[in-house]
Design a protein around this ligand. Structure first.
Ligand SMILES: Cc1cc2nc3c(=O)[nH]c(=O)nc-3n(C[C@H](O)[C@H](O)[C@H](O)COP(=O)(O)O)c2cc1C
Length: 206
């Protein structure tokens, strides 16, 4: 983990599991927090951005929550081609403060569990593990097969954190956005990004 209080540079992977809204909210908060953000999206991840958020292509302003009047911070917000396994984030020499795969499909979790690198996202995750950096997999599938469960065990033993996309209800959410913020807030906690999202349980006073 970084020596500074808050991470400076993070990688975000988006795969073809349901929950594109989690990715959008996370990216929006990272960009707003001025964290250098490196994005890689699988083809099925792109399809989910379209199917669930109505996005045409990988719409960086929409992911960052920017409107037409706002310039994207091109010096600290980067999109990498998922095919380019020679991109900077494929190398262990590219220092960073963690990688989050959100949402993470069972397919990608299997690739991470088995150390295969069929695309840049897999390779960046593998490198994150080998360099002993933080890797958070926001897995979404239900129910789980024994294969998924074994892959979860394997990635956990290798040093990753499996953070299932299963928001809690004890903060009494009223909207989908509140449910999304609960999960994204827990993810931000795992990579050390300060936030004021409503995730902290406090025992009600009697
Ligand atoms: C609409 C849609 C929803 C999907 N939802 C999930 C899901 O929630 N979890 C999952 O593991 N796979 C899901 N899949 C299947 C994955 O997209 C598929 O396994 C794909 O190969 C994943 O590739 P990737 O890991 O490279 O993104 C979904 C596919 C589609 C088209």
């Amino acid at each position: 983990m970084p020596s500074t209080d808050s991470p400076q540079r993070l990688i975000v992977g988006i795969t073809g599991a349901s929950g594109a809204i989690y990715a959008q909210r996370l990216v929006q908060l990272l960009v707003a927090a001025n964290i250098e953000t490196h994005l890689v999206v699988t083809p099925l991840g792109q399809r989910l951005l379209h199917d669930e958020l109505g996005m045409e292509g990988i719409d960086l302003p929409a992911l960052a929550g920017h409107d037409a009047s706002q310039d994207l911070p091109t010096d600290r917000f980067f999109l990498h081609n998922y095919r380019d396994v020679g991109a900077s984030i494929a190398s262990g020499s590219f220092t960073h403060d963690g990688m989050i795969v959100i949402p993470c499909s069972s397919n990608t979790m299997s690739a991470v569990a088995n150390g295969s690198a069929q695309n840049l996202l897999h390779r960046a995750a593998h490198v994150t593990l080998k360099e002993r950096r933080r890797l958070v997999l926001v897995h979404r599938e239900t129910p789980l097969s024994l294969v998924d469960i074994r892959n979860m065990q394997a990635v956990t033993e290798a040093g990753a954190i499996v953070c299932p996309a299963s928001p809690g209800f004890y903060m009494l959410p009223k909207t989908i956005d509140e449910l999304v913020d609960f999960l994204v807030g827990r993810v931000l906690d795992l990579v050390g990004v300060p936030h004021d999202l409503n995730v902290r349980w406090a025992q009600p006073k009697p």
